[in-house]
Write a protein that binds this ligand. Structure first.
Ligand code: GRG
Length: 288
């Protein structure tokens, strides 16, 4: 993951060259949002899935960078005062704190737009059908039937009334859809058959849910630590999240089951898919 993270950072650096003049400020903010940190989980999923189909890394890295641009845009906009109103992201001031709100909105817009320019470029693939499929796939994952739709549910007034199915649906859209695109992008680049795509889609569904449950657990653990209370007595346990609805122990168990289930969908790829199976383990074992 560290190797891919470094490679995707170099790719982002090349795809987002500094600009001079007044326009330089928004480009600086786009670079600030993308170049400083992050686990680079989604880029890793693109590269690891592409290797299953012998896709060359330079192509996969362009798609990986496009996915990371969309992910970073979502974080920049999510941090804005109108949404989560966060001051820190990846251990540094958020984009609107470092620059200003208008620049943060434009930087997010710029990253979202640039991601599609990268996918549509012939350097990503020589077959225009493949490029169109990537563009369609990312649009579906990022738009109102994916991440944006999930975010809308998350900030809606009825959010607190969601039951387990409702929270599952919210997270399937908000975080699962982009993770799903990342897992399938390699199959698109490698023109893999439908059965292979379906297997990766099923893996991604379980992985996305496991990721979100782990995120909820980390939330509860970190706020319990901040409050100096034993984990399990935090108010986050009463929110409409996986941990709030299932309880901490059942949430941990569910995440473990999802890891097993995610790996089971990879059987048809044999040892070649070990990296993806290990990624599912990492997603629930991570500490941030
Ligand atoms: C504003 C359109 C719009 C969407 C925002 C994904 C999202 C939707 C907001 C992020 C809010 C959040 C913290 C969600 C929890 C799960 C999540 C996506 C965490 C951040 O992803 P990581 O852990 O972050 O992969 P790094 O920094 O490692 O890239």
């Amino acid at each position: 993951m560290k190797g891919t993270a470094a490679a995707v950072t170099r790719q982002l650096d090349q795809l987002l060259p500094k600009a001079v003049g007044p326009r330089g400020r928004v480009v600086d903010a786009m670079r600030y949002a993308t170049l400083g940190g992050g686990k680079r989980l989604r880029p890793f999923l693109v590269v690891a899935s592409a290797r299953l189909f012998n896709v060359r890394d330079p192509r996969a890295l362009r798609v990986a960078a496009a996915v990371e641009m969309v992910h970073c845009y979502s974080l920049v906009h999510d941090d804005l005062p109108a949404m989560d109103d966060s001051d820190l992201r990846r251990g540094k001031p958020t984009v609107h704190k470092k620059y200003d709100q208008a620049t943060a909105i434009l930087a997010g817009d710029g990253l979202l737009t640039e991601a599609f320019a990268v996918l549509a470029d012939s350097a990503t693939h020589n077959d225009s059908d493949v490029r169109a499929e990537l563009v369609r796939g990312l649009a579906a994952a990022a738009g109102a039937s994916g991440m944006v739709g999930g975010q809308m549910i998350d900030i809606s007034d009825d959010r607190t009334d969601l039951d387990l199915d409702g929270v599952t649906e919210l997270q399937r859209l908000k975080t699962g859809a982009l993770i799903g695109f990342a897992c399938q992008a390699g199959a698109v680049l490698g023109r893999a058959d439908q059965a292979a795509r379906d297997a990766l889609a099923a893996y991604a569904t379980d992985l996305g849910l496991a990721f979100q449950i782990a995120d909820d657990i980390l939330d509860v653990e970190s706020s319990a630590q901040e409050l100096g209370k034993p984990t399990g007595q935090d108010e986050a346990l009463h929110k409409a999240t996986f941990v709030g609805l299932l309880g901490l122990d059942a949430a941990r168990k569910r995440a473990e089951e999802l890891v097993e289930s995610a790996s089971s969908h990879l059987e048809r790829f044999g040892d070649e898919a070990d990296l993806l199976a290990q990624t599912a383990r990492f997603v629930v074992a991570r500490k941030k």
